[in-house]
Design a binder for this molecule. Structure first.
Ligand code: BGC
Length: 267
C-alpha cells in the first residue's frame, strides 16, 4: 500500500454480512487504498469482531492513523445501546474500549447510518445543504441520520418509528392500524415479500410522509445498496420534500467512520 497513507484514518464498516475497511483520504472523501472485506463471523460477538478488526488493520501495515468503526446499533460515547441485527451481547459493551485494546490505537465508534450521514453531508448528496437533512439507509434494517447545517445529531433511530396506516390504501387487503417502519419498509422486507416497486414505494411514502410531518426536513437522502436502483422507486414516492439518492453508496460508512475518527482523535 501507498506509504503516503500512513497517517490517514482507517474507516471500518461493521455490517451484518461483511466487515470492510480502507484508509481514507479526507481531502477527497475517497479510499486511499483498495478496500478489504472479511465476512462477519456467524457469531458476531465483540471478541470475534475484534479479531476481524485486527486482521483488517494488519492488511494495511503502513497505516497507523486513528480508527473509526461503524456499528448497526445505538452508540453513546463508545458504548453500544441496541443490537437489532447483530449479536445481543453487544448491548452495554464499550466497543471503543474493546476495539482500542485489540488494535492499540485510538478508536471512535459510531452508528452506521450516522457515519453514512456524515459522509453524505460532507462529500455527497447533501454537501453544502443548509438546514435539516435526513439521511436514511434502506437495507436489512432502516438507518437514519439527522444532520443540521452539517452537524450530526447522533442516534436518530427513525427506522423504529411506528407508522399509522390511517388512509393508506393497501389494495383492498386488510391492513393493521400501525406498522413498525423497519419491519414494513426495509429493503429486506421488499425482497422477502417480493414486493413490486409500486407497492414498496407506497409503503415508503407512508414512512417519508411521517418524517416530513415530524421533522420538516429540507432534504431527504436515500442510501443503502438499493439506492443504485433509485430510478425504480424514488420518483414514485409521493412527498413534497426533495428526495435524492445517496452518492457515496458503498463507501459512505467507511468514509464517515474515518472522518469521525479524525475529528475525535486526529492531531
Ligand atoms: C438499527 C440502527 C441501524 C440500522 C441500519 C437498525 O435496526 O437499530 O441502529 O442504523 O438498523 O443498520
Amino acid at each position: 500500500m501507498d506509504p503516503m497513507s500512513s497517517g490517514l484514518p482507517l474507516g471500518v464498516d461493521f455490517g451484518g454480512s461483511g466487515i470492510k475497511a480502507a484508509p481514507v483520504d479526507l481531502e477527497k472523501g475517497e479510499f486511499a487504498a483498495e478496500r478489504v472485506r472479511i465476512p462477519t463471523p456467524e457469531s458476531s460477538t465483540p471478541d470475534n469482531v475484534a479479531d476481524v478488526l485486527e486482521q483488517l488493520a494488519a492488511a494495511f501495515p503502513d497505516n497507523d492513523g486513528p480508527v473509526g468503526v461503524t456499528v448497526p446499533g445505538i452508540v453513546r460515547h463508545g458504548v453500544i445501546g441496541s443490537a437489532a441485527n447483530i449479536d445481543q451481547t453487544w448491548i452495554d459493551t464499550d466497543a471503543a474500549a474493546v476495539f482500542g485494546e485489540a488494535l492499540g490505537r485510538p478508536v471512535e465508534v459510531l452508528n452506521d447510518a450516522d457515519a453514512a450521514g456524515l459522509a453524505e453531508a460532507t462529500y455527497g448528496a447533501a454537501r453544502g445543504q443548509a438546514g435539516l437533512v435526513l439521511v436514511t439507509t434502506l437495507g436489512t434494517g432502516i438507518g437514519a441520520a439527522l444532520v443540521h447545517d452539517g452537524v450530526l445529531v447522533p442516534n436518530a433511530e427513525l427506522g423504529h418509528l411506528w407508522l399509522s396506516l390511517e388512509g393508506y390504501d393497501g389494495g383492498g387487503k386488510h391492513q393493521p392500524e400501525a406498522v413498525h417502519a423497519e419491519g414494513w419498509t426495509a429493503n429486506s422486507i421488499r425482497e422477502r415479500d417480493d414486493l413490486g416497486w409500486d407497492e414498496w414505494a407506497g409503503r415508503l411514502t407512508v414512512f417519508y410522509r411521517t418524517l416530513e410531518r415530524l421533522f420538516s426536513p429540507d432534504l431527504l437522502v436515500v442510501g443503502g445498496g438499493v439506492s443504485k436502483k433509485a430510478d425504480k422507486f424514488l420518483p414514485k414516492i409521493d412527498i413534497r420534500t426533495p428526495i435524492v439518492p445517496a452518492t457515496l453508496r458503498n463507501s459512505a460508512g467507511i468514509v464517515g467512520a474515518a472522518l469521525a475518527a479524525q475529528r475525535a482523535h486526529g492531531g
